[in-house]
Ligand binder design. Sequence first.
Ligand code: UGA
Length: 343
Amino acid sequence: MRVLILGVNGFIGNALTRRILTGTDWEVFGLDVGSDRIEEFLSEKRFRFLEGDISINREWIEYHVKKCDVVLPLVAIATPATYVKNPLSVFELDFEENLRIVKMAAKYGKRVVFPSTSEVYGMCPDKEFDEDRSSLVYGPIAKPRWIYSASKQLLDRVIAAMGTAQGLQYTLFRPFNWYGPHLDNVDAPKEGSSRVLTQFLHNILYGRPIKLVDGGAQRRCFTYIEDGIDGLMTILENPKGKADSQIFNLGNPSADLSIAQLAHALIDAVATYPKFAAAAKKTRIVKVSAKDYYGEGYQDITTRVPSVAKAKRLLGWTPKTDFETGLRKTLDFYLKGRKPPEV
Ligand code: UGA
């Protein structure tokens, strides 16, 4: 199989590429603006890479959509601070650029595996979010935080409609707070440029307080990347066509933590690494308002638990990694071989 991954250097793209190259005989064609996470694959025969931009390298993309069997358009802005600060760039990249790719796949009769998001459920009151029954609930236009999920949701709908009207072969998958090695750069100094786990780790390593937005009672189900990749690989293998025209939540309902619990778990886990114990023990936890942290345009999601019954039934997939194990593997990646901070 020939797999085209746009955004191959991203958190999901690089982990998926590693799994494909080590576990199958498939070929990967990848595009990204950077290559720091995929350097080890660059000399691989079954991996071809172009350092380029989804909005510029259009001919390369069209040629490879034609050449490949399946297209994964993984290029997206995925940090909530950007949804609030620069909503238009989120719409342009996450929606407009990806729509172009999806239309191209439809034109050439190629299969699309598209990353929807846990965020599409928004403030849905259901205890467990069901792919085919839960409502998708957003706040007012004055809260641009929702432009990301609205963009993703509309693409989900467009792809599904193309499936019905034009026979597009597709699968949508919804990652629920995937984490693990290569999530974000913990040395990136900008607040909000990272997702919560790597933001908190950055704060510990740089002697800054951990900030709990609105007290940290809001909850997320943290899903270890390799579990997510297991699900994604089964979707790509598509046994008996069971992934066709389906949406799958890929999340870990049993790793449901409040953000305050995450902060404490992280501090405790970092404290078990002797070089970082002092920094961990010194870390203060403070409370900040969402308005002060993100600005007026933010609105939060208080609980977000996936139903994974469909993924189990059709794909035989269940998440296997408990939070403690996943956190340990993540911290080994970020901390082993790193110099201790000057605290
Ligand atoms: C994320 C992002 O939108 C995407 O990466 C993705 O589509 C999706 O969820 C997912 O991975 O499922 P969210 O979970 O809100 O959204 O993003 P984080 O930035 O990781 O924040 C999680 C929670 O921690 C939020 O409630 C946020 O307010 C809180 N937080 C974040 C803090 O309390 N302090 C911080 O310093 C940073």
